[in-house]
Design a protein around this ligand. Structure first.
Ligand code: FES
Length: 392
């Protein structure tokens, strides 16, 4: 059968993407990114506002606060050496995380500087994975690693032009300059072949050995090639960036106002007497001849109650419970899951982690229910004749 004569289009110089990817590979995913953007955007805004509304998150005394989690990370995380130097700045870091989450969420939800927001989200998720959920087992049950990989499509592809401020600004900038709208459209490949003629025997052979993509077709490319084909910014891009900066400044101002309102409401709605404290840590001077280091008085811990201590050997927070008259048990109170501080529930006679609800046996420290992978580390408590409690 005679082969159809095909007019070869004018050769266009294109900048090839790494790994042989076509320069507009993201066009295939524009709409499929919308639900991902919506989920990540809403989730990060909610996560940030929850922190802002909860003063305990910023309190050094709260067992579920950022300070407690950073103390746990010092011991459990692969970046514990770095965390050790940051613990004293836990409150400032807590605010940075909360405001960063809100900023990332707003940008992602609105499609405003989406790739920048996605890079911020990926860095936040990576930091939280290394600091908080690195020890989660199995690894896929930890949320942070899932969020990290959920951000990557938006880092690679940006947010697309669908339902996004970035896309609208690009279109309006192009119109203002009399340029055609560069929004991407889906088109049957048979039509591409008919227009560009880049096929032989039913197979795409755009340029020898090169992948098929619209940049090879001047009919489809139009007067404004894609940025990889142009190799840099043009006037439309520059206008879009400037307008995006103005909108980002307005969005930041609105987000800060919302953050301030939520912080005020959160503090006003706080139940009276709720201070997020684990109780006082009692230490006494060591009398000569007695074993171990004094950490509390027995009178501090009536039967069925607990007292928070500092473990002399590690400096970790610890907890002592008097389970029966004269019977004291003690543990390092850092939860082995992600480093929050467990608290004692007298009603249930359990240690409970406030972050993800792991439960531990009071007599043995063993895990009753996860996600904590292991039990609490026990310490030996000895009572002296004068009622002092010692860690031996
Ligand atoms: S930190 Fe997650 S259960 Fe304790």
């Amino acid at each position: 059968m005679a082969q159809r004569a095909i007019k070869t289009p004018e050769k266009v110089t294109t900048h090839r993407m790494p790994l042989g990817m076509p320069s507009r590979f993201w066009a295939l995913s524009e709409w499929s990114l919308v639900p991902l953007r919506a989920f990540l955007g809403v989730t990060f805004i909610v996560a940030g506002l929850q922190k802002v509304a909860n003063p305990d998150f910023f309190s050094a005394k709260s067992p579920s606060g950022i300070h407690a989690q950073m103390l746990g990370a010092v011991r459990l995380s692969p970046i514990g050496g770095i965390m050790r130097h940051l613990v004293e700045h836990s409150t400032q870091i807590g605010w940075m995380i909360a405001i960063g989450e809100i900023a990332v969420g707003v940008g992602t939800l609105l499609g405003l500087w989406t790739r920048v927001a996605a890079i911020g989200g990926a860095l936040l998720s990576l930091s939280l994975f290394l600091a908080v959920s690195y020890n989660t087992s199995p690894y896929y049950t930890g949320a942070d690693i899932v969020f990290l990989f959920a951000w990557l499509p938006l880092v690679v592809a940006g947010g697309g032009s669908r339902l996004s401020i970035d896309g609208r600004l690009r279109t309006s900038s192009a119109r203002a300059l009399g340029q055609p709208d560069s929004s991407l459209v889906a088109m049957p490949f048979a039509q591409v072949q008919a227009l560009c003629g880049h096929y032989q025997n039913g197979r795409c052979r755009a340029q020898s050995g090169a992948p098929c993509d619209p940049d090879g077709c001047p009919v489809l490319e139009g007067p404004r090639p894609s940025m990889p084909a142009r190799g840099g910014l043009d006037e439309v891009d520059r206008r879009t960036i400037v307008k995006g900066g103005v909108v980002a400044a307005l969005a930041a101002a609105a987000s800060l106002a919302l953050t301030a309102v939520v912080a005020i409401i959160g503090r006003a709605a706080r139940p009276a007497g709720s201070q997020g404290s684990t109780g006082s840590t009692t230490t006494t001077t060591q009398p000569g001849g007695l074993p171990g280091t004094p950490v509390a008085q027995a009178s501090d811990v009536p039967v069925g109650t607990s007292v928070a201590i500092t473990l002399p050997s590690t400096g970790d927070p610890g907890i002592i419970v008097q389970t029966a008259p004269g019977n004291f048990v003690g543990y390092d109170s850092i939860c082995p899951h992600a480093g929050c501080l467990v608290t004692y529930s007298g009603a249930a006679n359990l240690f409970v982690c406030p972050c993800h609800q792991s439960k531990f046996n009071v007599d043995t420290g063993d895990v009753i229910s996860g996600p904590a992978p292991t039990g609490l580390t026990p310490v030996t408590i000895t009572q002296s004749k004068n009622g002092g409690l010692y860690v031996t």
